[in-house]
Write a protein of this length. Structure first.
Length: 117
């Protein structure tokens, strides 16, 4: 977010209009040890909580400019099956709050037609 905030400082006010896109992608489940960080990856992790279930989906949030052409992934979480509706609402509100702090102006949220969306 700090990189996005610095980028926004250089934009004209009319170029600060954006949309937030979010979608889930399917992943192959599995775990992997990363020695550099001493972490085992591959489990459910929403940022707010983690558990030892294997993740098989990732939820990705992206900011995209309306007038000015830019696109920046800003957040992702790992989940098992589809993200639950209450968790999606919590994440979307958090993403909107953080994007507002960059001084971007959100005019739309865009997603596919998933049931939880």
């Amino acid at each position: 977010m700090s990189v996005l905030k610095e980028y926004v400082k250089k934009l004209k006010p009319v170029d600060r209009y954006c949309s937030i896109l979010f979608d889930e992608i399917s992943l192959s489940s599995g775990i992997q040890y990363t020695p550099a960080t001493d972490v085992i990856d591959g489990f459910v992790d929403s940022g707010a909580y983690k558990n030892q279930s294997l993740a098989d989906h990732a939820l990705v949030f992206t900011v995209r400019g309306i007038r000015k052409k830019f696109k920046q992934p800003i957040c992702y979480t790992f989940c098992q099956a589809a993200t639950k509706q209450n968790e999606l609402v919590r994440l979307l509100k958090e993403v909107i709050r953080e994007v507002h702090k960059t001084r971007l102006i959100i005019v739309a949220n865009i997603s596919d037609q998933g049931r939880a969306n």
